[in-house]
Structure formats: C-alpha cells, structure tokens
Design a protein around this ligand. Structure first.
Ligand code: PLP
Length: 361
C-alpha cells in the first residue's frame, strides 16, 4: 500500500506563514476545556485511570451517541456503534474492510479528498460523478447508476456536502438505497455535517435501514472539537462492525481515556452545544450572503445546512486569494477538493468570521 499526502495538508505547509483568519475552516466554533466542562468536571479528569479502554468504545459514550439517532433508528443500539479516532479513521477502516484490488467506488466530485483518494490505497478505483453549479450541485440518481459496473463495490455520499454545501433529500437517498440494493453495493454515508442543521430543515440522512449501509460522524465539525479525536461509525451489518473493530485492535486499539471522558460530557449535553454552534453558522451564512450579493463578480448557492459553501469568482482566483492572504485571511481554492475553475470554499463555523470578513471588505 502506498499513501499519498492529502492535497490540503500539503497546501497548508506550502504557505509562507499562518494567516490570522481561516475562512475556509470546516469546523464549528473553537472551544477549550474551560468552555465545555465545569471546574468540577475538569478536576474529576485528574483521577481517571489512564489504562487501555475497550476497542468498541466506552459503553456510556456509545449510549450518549446513540441518543443522536434513537428517533430515526429505534431498532438499533450501542452494539451497532463503534468509536474511532475521527471520521478519518472511520473512512479508512470502512474502506479497508470492504475494498479489494480492482474494486470500484462511486462518489461525487468535488469532495473531501479522502473519499476520492483512499480507494486507490487499497487497489480500488474511484469513479466520480461531477457535481455541477448550474444544477445547484445536486447529482441525479441516473448519474450514479451510469457509473455502475460489475466491479462496483460501494457508493460513498457526504450530505451536507464538503465543499459545496449541497444537501441530498431523503427521497433521493431512498432511491439511492434501492440502486445499491439492486447491485449489492455498500453505501458509505459520511455525515460529519449532518448535525449542522441550522435552519431545521431535517438534513440528517436516514440510510441504516439498508443492511450494507454504514454512517460515519464525529465531534470535529458541528461540535467544533477536532482536537478530541472521537468519531464513530454505525451499521446494522455485524460482519462489517466486527471487521472494523478487529482492524482497530491492530492500530489505535482504543481511544484516549481523556478524549472519551470529554466526549461523554459533551454528548450528554449535545443539544445545547449543537444549538449554540448552529446559531453561529446561521448568522455567518447570512453575513456572507450579503457579502456575495454586494459583489457582482461572486456567486454561490447559499447552503441550507452544513458548515460549508462553494463560491465562484469571476475575478482570477489566484490573485484574489493572494490579496486576501495579505489581509491575513486564508481561503482554500476549490482545486484542493477536485474542482477546476475559480472556486473557493468558505466555512461558517467560527466566531471570528465577521472580523475576517471585515478585513476583506
Ligand atoms: C467530509 C469529511 N469527512 C471526514 C473528515 C475527517 O475529519 P475527522 O477525522 O475530524 O472526522 C472531514 C474533515 O474535514 C470531512 O470534511
């Protein structure tokens, strides 16, 4: 196996210096332990035994996570949930468990680089369905169906989507599940932005009724806690759960006990943090929409959920991003996510977004 560096990590390293603001960041509002834990909860962490934890993850943590899904999957439970180090480990473990050399994986392009690039690490081929701006970035089922061959193994989706902000409807997902079922395909649902439902549109995909579907989610995005490496995968497919847990015994073995403790506290109070962070995203999106409307050389499809949006500039991108970087504002070009042309990604999770925008006004 050979692993190439993910494009956007190389991009960050190539920058001459750090900018004060990064308005492309894909995470929710940054928090410290002091922001999310009480003094007593922080003090209690000092007496946690720093031993190995369980491979599948702490039972009470999985119980708290399951509460995010209890309404839509009442028949499932913590047995179907496995804790991993972020969705990064989740996607890796899923693909390592299902892919063999020569397999094909179908997914949308542009996308988070791991979705398109990981399959090649296992000798598989990624086949992209190109999302188009004039179609509001919405793919059709027919476009996915057209990519299916005898070698197809899985379809991967990410809704709300990185980088476009596109949201797949449940009607569309139901049709996709039917297509997967007809061809015996796995369905990998990367749901890292699904709790960023700032307008209450009901953007959480429901896919686990299909026994070859698996979802992945994490504390990094809506909760704004990428430094707490706690993510999870959930599937009713017991063979897949077993394989993912077995793989974990060879790499991370378990989560950090401190991370699991923080995650427990956060998830037992999930609703409040989700609402707080979604309000920030909502306000930033409105602010940015006004910024776009005031500039006839910018255009976008304002996202209805998630944390991200993709913007087109009629001014040449490289010079524009350079000009903004000089004003201490970093913006990531669309090329890092597999889209050519003068597009850039914007992330709405940060509290300092208005100040960043003021710098480039
Ligand atoms: C769509 C998507 N999936 C997965 C990840 C991986 O993040 P993490 O490992 O923090 O879950 C990211 C990070 O930006 C992402 O945007």
């Amino acid at each position: 196996m050979h692993f190439r560096e993910m494009k956007h990590h190389g991009f960050y390293e190539s920058l001459p210096r750090r900018a004060q603001y990064n308005i492309s960041d894909a995470c929710g509002a940054t928090a410290t332990l002091n922001d999310i834990l009480s003094t007593e909860q922080i003090a209690a962490m000092a007496s946690i035994p720093l031993i190995y934890g369980s491979v599948e993850g702490r039972e009470d943590l999985r119980e708290a996570i399951y509460q995010l899904y209890a309404d839509i999957y009442p028949e499932l439970g913590i047995e179907q949930l496995t804790i991993l180090s972020g969705t990064a480990e989740g996607l890796f473990s899923i693909m390592a468990s299902i892919l063999e050399s020569g397999d094909e994986v179908i997914g949308a392009l542009p996308c988070y680089p791991s979705l398109s690039d990981l399959p090649a690490c296992f000798g598989a081929v990624f086949k992209g369905v190109e999302l188009q701006e004039q179609k509001q970035w919405q793919p059709s089922i027919a476009e996915f169906a057209a990519q299916i061959t005898d070698r197809s193994k899985a379809i991967v989706i990410n809704s709300p989507h990185n980088p476009t902000g596109m949201v797949l409807s449940q009607l569309w997902l139901d049709e996709l599940i039917e297509l997967c079922d007809q061809h015996g395909l796995y369905l990998i649902s990367d749901e890292v932005f699904s709790l960023s439902d700032f307008a209450g549109s009901g953007c959480q995909p429901k896919v686990l009724q299909y026994d070859k579907a698996i979802l992945a989610n994490v504390l990094s995005k809506t909760f704004g806690l990428p430094g707490v490496r706690v993510g999870w995968v959930m599937t009713r497919n017991t063979a897949l759960t077993e394989s993912i847990r077995n793989l974990k015994t060879y790499n991370s073995i378990c989560q950090s006990q401190l991370d699991e403790q923080v995650a427990c506290v956060v998830l037992n109070n999930a609703k409040a943090l989700i609402e707080k962070n979604n309000a920030i995203v909502h306000a930033n999106i409105e602010l940015f929409d006004a910024f776009v409307q005031e500039r006839d050389w910018l255009s976008w499809h304002k996202p209805g959920a998630g944390l991200l949006g993709l913007v087109h500039s009629e001014r040449p991108l490289q010079a524009l991003l350079q000009e903004w970087f000089e004003k201490d504002v970093l913006v990531l070009p669309g090329q890092l996510f597999g889209i050519d042309g003068d597009y850039f990604r914007v992330g709405f999770g940060k509290v300092d977004f208005p100040q960043a925008l003021a710098n480039i006004c």
